[in-house]
Design a protein around this ligand. Sequence first.
Ligand SMILES: [Zn+2]
Length: 144
Amino acid sequence: MTKCDTITQKRRHYFFLNPYQNAAFTKCPKCDSKTKIRKFPLVIHIDPQQLFLFNKQCRYCTRCDLIIAGKSELESLMATVFEKLNPQIIGNDYLVMGVAERSDWQESKKGKLSEGETIERMIVFKDVWNFEFIPAGWYRDHEH
Ligand SMILES: [Zn+2]
């Protein structure tokens, strides 16, 4: 038996699941610098007990170490995949837990990595952030 408290889980990156379909976040919502497009092998846990790895194109701010993934994009991808694999879980709660190391992602694609190993080796997000998106436009000051 392995003791859970002896495993030091790697932690890296901040994560934002972007619920706004009309906001691409070409600029970082935190520091305002330009974000890059980069692929990350996201590790997603779907209730009740399904692990899903997907190498997804995300927005990434190098300065903040922030990964931004489109929520609706991700959900439609998962629906497509699980339509055949396991249609019952479509629509269930899910959590993007972190990312897999690139080498682990390759292994898991070949079916060489168990779910337990994937979780053990994955990089958990340091934190998950939320941002409110305010569309560009003219706004009146709130009158008090
Ligand atoms: Zn930033």
